[in-house]
Design a protein around this ligand. Structure first.
Ligand code: URA
Length: 311
């Protein structure tokens, strides 16, 4: 992240920004051995060697937080032994070593938080902090009320008991139904397994938000840095004393399907002329694909697509 020299010095704990400006003006600061006296000078902390009175300064790294709208057709891990596309590739323009918090399946899409903040990531993953995960799941046909109720009542899966905190009808499509499922843990394939256990066939899995931070406004394959108040809300979420009342991770806005999910764009761009279809066989329009060359978003409004692959 390129930044002003005085800001870099302040972050490095050398002096306040104002004092740092005085150091620069006094000719006491060098960048790559060149004396700098101009206040607007920018430095790249990853490359430039900055010294004050001949002593190297290393800036304390600020934590970084990004929300990616993960398209389907990529793994959430940083690399994949099978060589499949990674969600991290969409953040290739981010210089910091960010990693994903939790996972979304290869064929799932939606919000994934990437950060340099290991402490926050560990806490968010911990069930103690009550971080709820909300999913919109497209299932075949029309589920019975009783099927949804069974998910909430609790089921026995192969790795133990599991339940949804909420399971509600969300929206009907011509042949299928979106249901909204909230779970309180990040167990492997949990939502799909809950659905399968009550006889529902999952066709798409979409996570509209992560810890209350919505992908609304992003397109599949694009990302954005979190706003400072979003970072603070995450920090508050994992900060309370064990007995304190835990915040709910779900704002009311997350009940609606973001437009991007309706549009159903995700993954690398389709071959020219191809008609993308979802796992339920419904054709979807192709829009806003990111550069095939880079395979990543530009940080805001790009999109990408692919056909979901059954897991
Ligand atoms: N549950 C699933 O089945 N898959 C995910 O990616 C996340 C939750």
């Amino acid at each position: 992240m390129i930044e002003r020299l005085q800001k870099f010095l302040a972050r490095g704990g050398i002096a306040s920004r104002r004092k740092a400006e005085q150091l620069i003006s006094a000719g006491r600061v060098t960048v790559n051995s060149e004396r700098i006296t101009e206040l607007g000078t920018k430095v790249d902390p990853a490359r430039d060697l900055v010294a004050v009175d001949g002593k190297l300064v290393s800036a304390r790294e600020e934590q970084q937080y990004y929300l990616l709208y993960k398209p389907s057709g990529c793994v959430t891990t940083l690399s994949d032994p099978e060589g499949r596309p990674t969600a991290a590739a969409y953040l290739a323009t981010v210089r910091a070593r960010v990693f994903p918090v939790g996972r979304l399946d290869y064929d799932a899409e939606g919000a994934v938080l990437f950060t340099t903040d290991g402490e926050l990531a560990n806490r968010l993953a911990h069930p103690r902090y009550g971080h709820q995960r909300v999913y919109l799941v497209k299932v075949k046909g029309t589920p019975e009320k009783e099927q949804l109720e069974r998910m909430v009542a609790g089921l026995r899966l192969e790795d133990g008991a599991a339940r949804a905190l909420e399971a509600e009808l969300h929206e009907r499509t011509e042949k299928n139904t979106w249901i909204r499922i909230t779970v309180g843990e990040g167990r492997f394939h949990l939502v799909k397994r809950l659905c399968e256990a009550v006889g529902l066939q999952v066709q798409r899995l979409f996570r509209p938000e992560f810890a209350g931070i919505s992908v609304e406004g992003l397109r599949p394959g694009s990302f954005r840095p979190l706003e400072p108040d979003e970072v603070r809300s995450l920090q508050r979420m994992v900060a309370p004393a064990p007995n304190a009342r835990l915040p709910r991770a779900t704002p009311s806005g997350s009940r609606s399907l973001p437009k991007a999910a309706r549009r159903h764009g995700h993954g690398p761009p389709p071959a020219p002329g191809a008609t993308p279809v979802d796992a339920g066989g419904e054709a979807v329009p192709a829009k806003g694909a990111p550069s095939r060359k880079t395979g990543r978003g530009n940080g805001r409004r790009t999109g990408a697509r692919s056909r979901p692959r059954p897991r």
